[in-house]
Design a protein around this ligand. Sequence first.
Ligand SMILES: Cc1cc2nc3c(=O)[nH]c(=O)nc-3n(C[C@H](O)[C@H](O)[C@H](O)COP(=O)(O)OP(=O)(O)OC[C@H]3O[C@@H](n4cnc5c(N)ncnc54)[C@H](O)[C@@H]3O)c2cc1C
Length: 452
Amino acid sequence: MSTFCVVGGGLAGLEFALHSALKGHRIVIYEAGPQLRTNHVHFDTRVFDGDEKKVHWTADEHWALGGISERLGGRSLCYHGVMLPLEEKALNSWPEIWQKRLKGPAGLYHQLQQEFTAKYPEMSRNQAVNLPLHHAPQAAVVGESAAFTSYSPLYQLEPLIRDGVITIERATISQVEKKSDGFYLVDAQGQTVNTTGFERCILSASALVNNKIITQSLARSTIAQVTDHYCIGVAVKVREGERIADYRHEMLWHGFSEHHDLNANIFVVERNNFDNGDRLLLLMAVMEQNPALSDYSELHCRYHEGKTTLEIQSKHSDAVIENYNQLASRIVDFASTQLGVRLSPLHDTAVEQSEAFFGASEGIDFEQALNALNETERTNIYTRFVFPYGAYEHESCTHPIGGHGDIALTDSLELTAMPGVYAIGPGAFPRLGIANPALTICSLSRWLASHL
Ligand SMILES: Cc1cc2nc3c(=O)[nH]c(=O)nc-3n(C[C@H](O)[C@H](O)[C@H](O)COP(=O)(O)OP(=O)(O)OC[C@H]3O[C@@H](n4cnc5c(N)ncnc54)[C@H](O)[C@@H]3O)c2cc1C
């Protein structure tokens, strides 16, 4: 029996740990955050240490200081469970071998979709929706008292922990060391956490923290690319028309519309009516920073006097800004056309109306948008909200398969600079694409579990 260590017990790390343990390996998971939350935040509404975001990097004003939460289970304990495969256009720029592993009837996407569909009704629920939208497949279930929960490998670990096949230790890992008898992990206080060497080490502490650990381990600075989705939303208040569908839960979308000409999907949900009977719809556009139109931003991991610090320098080409501004207009046009209403902006401001929306859009808060619609007596209106670039929790491409330099991964997800160390999660994506990343994250972890 081989013993592997996994650094970071989030979606990517736990998915690997579960499936590697099922294949007969012994796994020790090192996780920075507490083990208190064992269910989705919409199911267990207590606030725990670890729910807050810990900021680990500095950035210019165009990359949000979002931070990363540190807790066992990672973001899968608060995410929507949307499971979309990467669209063909993005996948085509992945190495051919990975296209084969992911696509087709024998590919990982199909295998995982079937498995989730068998367990999660929201993957395939055929709710009639009165708009031309695709169903948004969510590995999620809404139980009694509207308790939402979505897929996380965490829920399946208990028997393996009980049998001693998987162990979870609390530690914030900063460095991996290779010795003659295997890999050793060093924590943030400089203490070595294991007494016997591990055969393999799997980094899954998020796209950004993985690079920090790699840099600290190599004891030299690294530069990597990093990207995230852009997210532009509109909240719409209308009097006309019938509901598009029954409202079921704030974490469930009614569907999404593909706008691949603008590298985007638009997700739609109609919420409960306002008190005065007017309808409330939310439309959220998720846009890829297309590498054909723009360089990705840069993640600088600076190694100095034995410590690594992270800094992000963002990049937005004119073409990407143009794409973003067109999407800002498209989302309003799409809403107006589908609802058959000429929508007007709530605020008479340049930001609300402007086609030059990029950059003017920082800090338009979702809750403020809803409150503003609630307070006005006007109807057939929209107001905007955005999640700043770098805050959308889809940060990725930091140590891509087939990349260059110290942070590159082989087709087997092994670090070229540190053989025997592997890295998983969205940091390994060569291209992010438009789709939400969870299905691809799980696929990479499953593949590595089979491969090792
Ligand atoms: C509200 C919300 C909704 C979302 N909805 C969706 C969705 O519907 N579909 C989708 O595809 N994606 C969604 N996402 C994004 C998705 O959750 C992330 O892409 C995914 O969780 C990333 O997986 P990961 O394992 O790389 O990182 P994480 O899930 O963040 O896990 C990283 C783990 O590493 C631990 N860690 C960090 N540093 C260290 C260290 N130094 N040592 C040890 N452990 C460490 C952390 O505590 C954490 O447990 C959503 C995100 C949010 C926040």
